[in-house]
Design a protein around this ligand. Sequence first.
Ligand SMILES: NC(=O)c1ccc[n+]([C@@H]2O[C@H](COP(=O)([O-])OP(=O)(O)OC[C@H]3O[C@@H](n4cnc5c(N)ncnc54)[C@H](O)[C@@H]3O)[C@@H](O)[C@H]2O)c1
Length: 357
Amino acid sequence: MKTLNFAIIGCGGVTLQNHLPGLALCPDTKLIALCDSDPITVKKARQVTGAAVSSTRYEDIVTRHDVHAVIVATPNFTHMPIALAAIAHGKHVLCEKPLALNAADARAMATAADQAGVRHMTAFTYRFVPAMRYLRHLVARGDLGQPRHYRSCRLQDWGTRPLGWRQVKQLAGTGELGDMLSHRIDFAHLLVGPMQRLVASLKNLTPLRGNQPNDTDDWVGILAEFRCSATGVLESSKLASGHNESWRSLDLVEINGSDRSFVFTTGAWNELQTGKAGGPGMERIPVPAEFWRWPGSPRDPHAGDPLVTFRYDQIWEFVDAIRSQRPCDSTFHDGARVQTVTDAAVQSAERHAWVDC
Ligand SMILES: NC(=O)c1ccc[n+]([C@@H]2O[C@H](COP(=O)([O-])OP(=O)(O)OC[C@H]3O[C@@H](n4cnc5c(N)ncnc54)[C@H](O)[C@@H]3O)[C@@H](O)[C@H]2O)c1
């Protein structure tokens, strides 16, 4: 099998946590090039990975003939120019979420990737939690009946610490909305289908973080109506004191249908709660072992912390889609669809009104 040569643009947090370990597990792939605008960061990453080439300019990397696929893991405002440059040079692209700063840009990225005939993937990493994949399977199989309500709650405790580019609207687009809620909007689309309209509130409770201005939302709440007539309540906060930061904090999704309800929490990676309409109450059900890793993934589901390692399957999905010449799970179109909702949420919060998605 031909070796797939990878380049990674952006060698910060998510690259270290998700992309490098994920790629290392994929046979017949090679990380050959790295880019970070910070010379110290890129030098360190090159030392750790042994990548042959590095640069502080992404243009030097995405134009290389020996690079087949590019991972874009930079701050949000840079996703579009980097991804478009990579696509223009015929590279397959996995881009971090939120895909762009607005839906029009995200759609332009999806169109460009389709026209170039390259594989494109938005990093909706939580699709890879085993319990989420099993829930998706059960809902698609019809176990839920007609969807009635979708509910998601993501509560984290980031306190008032500085967040770098994440606290600057011009660089991040939005705060908690694009950062954490984008994944749960994607779940809603997967489980219930497209949203029809919404009303949203965004709250900035920390105008200063680390003595620097923060003009992004720390908290977001959305009330939604789906096209299938189900309703949705989505909430996400960086300021839920005591809830811990990162993956040990509360991350709950509940879906109520005419036949059953299901509850999924990222923390309980291999179980769901479910209850039958008119039944005695909710019970825990195990996620079957065949769902513990993505189909075909080389990852050993017993190795490492399962709350971390499910993320490694994401690169496997990208690699497998490139090799099988099929759409990735999920595409740039999925990223753009989420961005349409985030745009609507921003507009709704500004206008204090319901907005069509
Ligand atoms: N899918 C997920 O679960 C997940 C998790 C965390 C972050 N993210 C996303 O990943 C992206 C990066 O987040 P992070 O936490 O790694 O941020 P980070 O700040 O830790 O890392 C970003 C890196 O990009 C570099 N950079 C900035 N501009 C650049 C440019 N023009 N060219 C090359 N390098 C550049 C920075 O120097 C930095 O090293 C964001 O879009 C974020 O939303 C996704």
